[in-house]
Ligand binder design. Sequence first.
Ligand code: LIP
Length: 264
Amino acid sequence: MKKEYEIMIKAVKRAAALAKRQIGKVVYELKGRSNLVTAADIACQKEIVKIISKAFPEHAFLAEEKQPGLKKEGRYVWVIDPIDGTTNYAHTFAHSAVSVALTDNGEPIMGAVMDIFKGELFTAVKGKGAKLNGKKIKVSSVAKLKDSLLITGFPYDRAPIRKVHIPIFADFLFESHDVRRSGSAALDCCWIACGRADGYWEFSINPWDCCAGTLIIKEAGGKVTDFKGREFSELERYGAEFLGSNGKIHKEMLKIINKTLGCL
Ligand code: LIP
């Protein structure tokens, strides 16, 4: 898998550099209610696909942006978010990343997330740990929710916000040190993995938002499940309900989330 890793890093760095050159120079379009896409998203995805397809023409892709002719079925599937945190990127709110993961029969085996603005590169290979700029990282040692810093996000579909997301947000706000809403799921996962925060929950993110980040959290000693505490069983289910943590506060977070979900 050495070649796959090298190609993954090449693709992520090339896309991050392309996105960085375009900061502030691209207009956005709406794919849906508050769901933005820019020309940079499209260009970065095409560049990533070009690099990977040249090296591995038989591999398939699960990518955020529509791209005609992409092979979708196969043992090896590359999961791509060319710019995660597109709304941030479009507004030059400096917190967006390129996220690429390679899966083998639906199981992430390597992943890379590169912060477009800061240049931080988070990587993980299954069974070999997680790194930030080549140095091993691990989740925080915070053992209690009341001592934690949390992260969340909100889906583009704003409908369930008032009845579901705000009550859960409020519960966590009162049960933790504080809650951050960054706008990039991939970076949220990486910040849990390196101990900058202790738990991240979000409804309705996509496999491309969190596939690499899920592996990076796990390889850094953390835990990722849905809101019933189950590991993701298939690629398509990644992110429908996302809870990533340092493992130590996972049960407390599940209890808070299900307090509201149980009332619905
Ligand atoms: C975004 C996620 C973010 C979430 C947004 C959106 P995108 O991904 O990274 O966590 O809150 O709703 O899904 O669309 O920028 O790739």
